[in-house]
Design a protein around this ligand. Sequence first.
Ligand code: ADP
Length: 372
Amino acid sequence: MKAGILGGGQLGRMLLQAAANYTVETYVMENDPDCPAAHLCHHFTKGDITDFNDVYEFGKNLDAITIEIENVNVEALEKLEAEGVKVYPHPSVLRIIKNKILQKEYYKEHSIPTSEFIVTNDLAELKQHNSFLPAVHKVGEGGYDGRGVQLLNEEADIANGFDKPAVLEKMVTIEKEIAQMVAVNEQGQTALYPPVEMHFDPDLNLLDYQLCPANISQKTLYVVEAVSLAVVRNFKSPGLFAVEMFIDKNGEVLVNETAPRVHNSGHHTIEGNYCSQFDMLWRIIAGYPLGNTDIILPSAMVNIIGADGFQGTPRYEGLEDTLKIENAFVHLYGKNVTKPGRKMGHVTILSQEKQELLFQSNKVKRSLLVKS
Ligand code: ADP
């Protein structure tokens, strides 16, 4: 089978590592020929994943195509799908997810719990809604990794809002941020991964560490699972999905957003679960049975981030100390250049003991540094 991946970042790279176990001939398209996935695929194409012709030409001789980022040309994927190429997820899902306005409307339409919201088309419209604050303003299209999100606590913050179509969401008083991966095959059968809890660094606005399984009550877990399934079932598309949710101070479960692809919140599944998210996606694409999503051991995952004040060819300090930790698994993404705050890799730690997971992840964060 000839299968293509749009995007050659670290997620593409990990998908290719898993593909080596299947009878898949892999194709990757990305602008940068030195991207993390470029040297692991069978065929690399330099091209713009947002350009109609580039995506269409890349995909037209493939059996299947998937994505590692949402920012791709959906029209080309629609044409490819109409011509018989299997697309994971269906382009109709990408249309909804790519636009935060459509995504919020999708949740509302399907009675999926999410924070209350208003659509604002420009700053003038936003100004009319100061009674809706405190709120979070999110640009409809084109905002990734926190760049399209502004917290508006009070009226004076409104000037920081977006002067283009956006959603204004009620600020949630967050108790816990969690994510659940869900696999869906062609027959519509589903498999749920145990949810993870994510802890963010408020200063860096980046993931600090992640734990699996999330420490939530059995009752909340049932709600989370029902919500995740409602999100993906209504898409009517095979694929792998990460549903990000908030649990608020009252214990309510609210969907924040969904990624219709392999996701950072599933990195730990490589070592922590019987079937990794990457393996699972290949099973779905190849039409094999869904894998076992159970955890082997609880895990912590920490990102390896470019240190402040260093830019250039990366040098990994403290790698030996990390590799000495029992059940710590290091993944370097092979990026040629480090920059402050850039994701250069991740480490997964497995242990039965939560204290041990926290202790070792702190140790890794302090000792494993990316300098230049
Ligand atoms: P991105 O797509 O850039 O990751 P998100 O929509 O996930 O953006 O928002 C980034 C972060 O902002 C979330 O992880 C959460 O901490 C905070 N956030 C987003 N929406 C809300 C909300 N309605 N209430 C409170 N905090 C929010």
